[in-house]
Design a protein around this ligand. Structure first.
Ligand SMILES: NC(=O)c1ccc[n+]([C@@H]2O[C@H](COP(=O)([O-])OP(=O)(O)OC[C@H]3O[C@@H](n4cnc5c(N)ncnc54)[C@H](O)[C@@H]3O)[C@@H](O)[C@H]2O)c1
Length: 437
């Protein structure tokens, strides 16, 4: 199946879903635009349409096939054709949307969020917040400056089993928690074969895709979706899955940042990263262990893209080790408490998802976003929250690249007396794009 046929098949699966797209009985319908109309962006836009509180006025994407297929799907769902743009800046100035959904690769989140806020829109942006720490800071500042609501796609902040699991943890039933371990496994079981560098397909504006990132050669392995393991565009498993689980740990602890971070790892199984004029591989680590020192507990991130689940309770999740037992917050396996005392019953709650296929709870996150817009309160996964969770992943990557531990002054967002490390809180942008301040 060629690439366009693949995209079209995926879209058709969703287009046939029985959504109720009428205007809600009460409540304003927001002029909504989507920037990055791929897999996850369309997931969010479908939820927005299903709520009856959004009119899809426009889509922007640098891949004209993605644009056409996604616009066709919206037409099928709503009877109304959204306008399509390659350049998000033109969309913002021509359409003046009230809400902008952003689901582009991570290296675009900061510039597009800030541009949308400055154009007067409320923003629903995907996690992670920034691709570097100072981008996240600039996003937070823009949200404060403009007074607009920003929801970040951390749907695990509002998913039913996460909410009830947090209640259980905070009730004290697990006892005093001294250690938290966050794990993601799976994805690669052998050396990575390089992909040949080829001219980008006619429908893709590769220069615009790379944007502020280096203009690396194009290969078929990056787009759609697999940008996650190219550090120019994202931060591998730690920057992707890590943000969700690090956020659960911060949510439980009510801490804002650790005092010290150390991360090591590498590409033992995938092999050395390759980038030359003929071919390339991904360059994200295939395994990483990051240790976050907090005052009262230690948190450990561990991902392994090989070896299966091993002795872990499940391939994804956050485990809290307390004096009364072990509590596992999972994804498709819900949450489970294993009491320390022999004979005491294991307590378990199954997960509940609004979307079983992709295992997410975006609808309540969307409702929370609308309520925040209308009441002026902060959304549950606002930028201040998501920036702190994202920072943990980014500090892990920073320590990994540096090859040593870093201390963290979270209130100043600086690494004390460490010019080499502080230089890595930002990155150089490719002209004409300017690093946000
Ligand atoms: N919250 C979650 O659980 C969750 C799940 C999946 C993905 N995500 C996030 O969603 C984002 C998108 O991921 P995806 O899997 O949908 O990727 P994708 O590759 O399917 O979609 C990204 C789209 O952005 C487009 N794009 C790239 N540069 C652009 C630009 N300058 N302007 C407009 N469009 C541009 C691409 O052409 C592509 O169509 C990522 O940040 C990812 O972390 C979050």
């Amino acid at each position: 199946m060629n690439r366009r046929a693949f995209l079209a098949t995926t879209a058709a699966t969703f287009a046939s879903a029985p959504y109720i797209l009428g205007q809600a009985k009460s409540g304003k319908k927001y002029r909504t635009a989507l920037i990055g109309a791929g897999w996850w962006g369309m997931n969010i836009l479908r939820v927005a349409l299903e709520s009856g509180r959004a009119e899809a006025v426009a889509l922007a994407d640098v891949d004209s096939d993605v644009l056409e297929i996604s616009a066709d799907e919206i037409l099928g769902l709503t009877g109304s054709q959204p306008k399509t743009y390659k350049d998000f800046r033109e969309l913002l100035s021509a359409e003046k949307p009230e809400i902008v959904i952003i689901a582009t690769p991570d290296h675009w989140h900061a510039l597009q969020t800030i541009a949308a806020l400055e154009a007067g829109a409320h923003v629903f942006v995907e996690k992670p917040a920034g691709h570097t720490i100072l981008e996240g800071r600039a996003m937070v500042n823009a949200a404060r400056r403009t007074g607009r609501a920003v929801q970040v796609g951390l749907h695990r902040r509002i998913g039913p089993h996460h909410v009830s699991g947090m209640e259980f943890l905070k009730s004290g039933k697990v006892g005093q928690i001294g250690m938290v371990r966050m794990v993601v496994t799976g994805g690669a079981d052998g050396p990575e074969q390089p992909s040949e560098n080829v001219p980008p397909p006619a429908e893709l504006d590769w220069d615009f895709y790379c944007g502020p990132a280096p203009l690396r050669p194009y290969c078929r392995n990056i787009h759609p979706g697999r940008f996650r393991n190219y550090l120019d565009f994202a931060n591998g498993t730690l920057g992707d899955w890590g943000v969700h689980w690090l956020d659960q740990m911060l949510w439980w602890s009510e801490e804002k940042w650790p005092r010290k971070v150390h991360c090591s790892g590498g590409r033992s199984i995938l092999g050395p990263a390759i980038l030359n004029d003929k071919e390339q591989t991904t360059d994200a680590p295939d395994h990483q262990v990051a240790t976050y020192e907090f005052t009262d507990f230690t948190a450990v991130w561990e991902h392994r893209r090989f070896g299966g689940t091993g002795t872990d309770l499940s391939p994804f999740g956050t485990t809290f080790y307390g004096t009364n037992g072990t509590f596992h917050m999972g994804w498709r396996d819900g949450w489970t408490f294993h009491p320390k005392k022999k004979g005491e019953a294991v307590i378990h709650e199954d997960p509940r998802f609004d979307n079983e296929k992709d295992g997410h709870n975006v609808p309540p996150l969307w409702r929370d976003f609308l309520d925040a817009i209308e009441t002026g309160r902060a959304p549950v996964a606002n930028l201040e929250v998501a920036h702190l969770s994202t920072n943990l992943a980014l500090l892990g990557m920073l320590s990994h690249k540096l090859g040593r531990a870093v201390t963290w002054n979270g209130s100043e967002e600086r690494i004390p007396d460490d010019a080499e490390a502080n230089a890595m809180l930002r990155r150089d942008y490719r002209a004409p794009w300017l690093y946000p301040v």
